[in-house]
Design a protein around this ligand. Structure first.
Ligand code: NDP
Ligand code: 2IT
Length: 445
């Protein structure tokens, strides 16, 4: 295959999906060489079968708000690839959700899930519904209406959704309840469930912890550690909170957190007590990050900006896609950042990635560094199937092992002649080869 030609063709066939194009563009050139070592892949047109989702469901979701007004939203599920296991991936509820964004996320998820070593295919779903400012009752009615349609497409051995932006324990609980009601079945159809009904310990922490474990592995290769490092985190949601928790545990200083309105910078560092405040603010009060400065006036709040202009050693983007521009990447590098490890999916623009790699700093793409979340989802599936539950220590040690293993695979497939590890290439090639071999073995289906 010729990556450039394949890309041009897919862009022509699926126009107006820039995030999907961007994700393809990041992967195809890096696997081209490996792919072309296997003429049988080309004969089976493996590349198009890997890039184009197996199937996509789209539906209207109708629900009634607290004022009695009927509302409509779009619902989607992209079942990308199930060569190595049931479709698996989160559900995103955010105003910005559209099919192109979910196609990029499902494509990425396929590679990520392959890297985890667990038997999970790739999928993603969601809606342009925004839980922001909605009452509990509205969120419940929406989740129920969404599941009314989605239920027929998912199942514990078919497709297993979980959380993502705008979908946490509350939403997963409401969706699980509706699935159970409709099917008369208590099964592990969703992950990220409450502990009382089949959820796994460490699942809420897993993405953030996993990203910091991955960061530790990268730093270790140069005899460095997180201890004493100044860290910029974006986002203030699930991933950001537990990233901060693990950084603090390892002796790092967390300087920033953010949401889509702006960021806070605390020159004294966000310590354990301050992080507890943020967790309460976001998880219970469902407040905004700017409220932090009312509580801690020595910190500043910068409206309408992202934290990348602040001076630090490490950046852990944990909010959303394309949240680091090329210019911001240049600023980070100029300010001496030595590592960028992605908690979010595709937070760095292509220009930013180029800047990081040309500066030869540690740069970990989300599909490797944020794989801890879906990994513990996979462990939740195992526990559900076996009708058992493991201790926090047991799950955490499995998570740690998985992140070390992903790192080792990136080094194996991504080390360049001068010794620099291209983690993008490493993750893409390692993730691709497993899916490719499984697809070849299963024939033309
Ligand atoms: P949450 O909904 O818990 O938090 C998202 C955070 O990011 C919020 O602070 C939100 O601010 C901010 N954010 C969302 N959209 C935007 C935007 N368009 N611009 C700026 N800020 C934004 O989601 P998660 O923490 O679960 O997810 C964060 C990222 O991590 C996503 O990229 C997700 O795909 C990825 N991820 C999540 C995993 C998980 O297990 N949850 C696993 C692997 C990756 P606001 O409140 O203003 O919207
Ligand atoms: O992007 C991701 O990996 C997630 N949102 C988690 C998916 C999952 O199935 O746990």
């Amino acid at each position: 295959m010729e990556a450039k030609k394949v890309l041009e063709d897919l862009k022509r066939r699926f126009p107006n999906e820039p995030e999907y194009h961007q994700a393809l563009e990041e992967v195809l050139p890096t696997i081209e060489e490996e792919y072309n070592k296997h003429p049988e892949f080309e004969k089976a047109n493996l590349i198009e079968r890997l890039c184009i989702p197996d199937r996509i469901y789209q539906f209207r979701v109708t629900w009634t708000d607290d004022q009695g007004q009927v509302q409509t939203n779009m619902g989607y599920r992209v079942q990308h690839n199930n060569a190595i296991g049931p479709y698996k991936g989160g559900i995103r509820f955010h105003r910005s959700v559209n099919l192109g964004i979910l196609k990029f996320l499902a494509f990425e998820q396929t590679f990520k899930n392959s890297l985890t070593t667990l038997p999970m295919g790739g999928g993603k779903g969601g809606s342009d519904f925004s839980p922001r400012g909605k009452s509990n009752a509205e969120v419940m009615r929406f989740c129920q209406a969404f599941l009314l349609e989605l239920t027929r497409h998912i199942g514990p051995d078919v497709d297993v959704p979980a959380g993502d932006i705008g979908v946490g324990g509350r939403e997963v609980g409401y969706m699980f309840g509706m699935y159970k009601k409709l099917t008369h079945e208590f099964s592990g159809v969703l992950t990220g469930k409450g502990l009382e009904f089949g959820g796994s310990l460490i699942r809420p922490e897993a993405t953030g912890y996993g990203n910091v474990y991955f960061l530790q592995e990268m730093l270790k290769t140069k005899g460095e550690s997180v201890k004493g490092k100044r860290v910029l985190i974006s986002g203030a949601g699930n991933v950001a909170q537990y990233t901060a928790e693990k950084v603090l545990e390892l002796g790092g200083t967390v300087l920033t957190m953010s949401d889509s309105d702006g960021y806070i910078y605390d020159p004294d560092g966000i310590d354990r007590e301050k992080l507890d405040y943020i967790m309460e603010l976001k998880q219970v009060m469902r407040g905004r990050i700017k409220e932090y400065v009312d509580q801690y006036p020595t910190a500043k709040y910068v409206e309408g900006a992202r934290p990348w202009g602040e001076v630090a050693d490490i950046a852990l983007p944990s909010a959303t896609q394309n949240e680091i521009s090329e210019e911001e990447a240049k600023t980070l590098v100029a300010n001496g950042v030595m590592a960028v490890s992605e908690g979010a999916n595709m937070p760095s623009t292509p220009g930013a990635i180029r800047v990081f790699q040309e500066a030869k700093i540690f740069y970990a793409p989300g599909k490797a560094s944020n794989a801890g979340g879906v990994s513990v989802s996979g462990l939740e599936m195992s526990q559900n199937s076996g009708r058992i539950s493991w201790s926090a220590e047991e799950v955490d040690s499995k998570l740690h092992w998985i992140m070390e293993n992903i790192h080792a695979n990136c080094v194996k497939y991504g080390t360049e002649p001068d010794g620099y590890v291209n983690y993008v290439k490493g993750a893409n090639v390692a993730g691709f080869m497993k899916v490719a071999k499984a697809m070849m073995a299963q024939g033309i289906v």
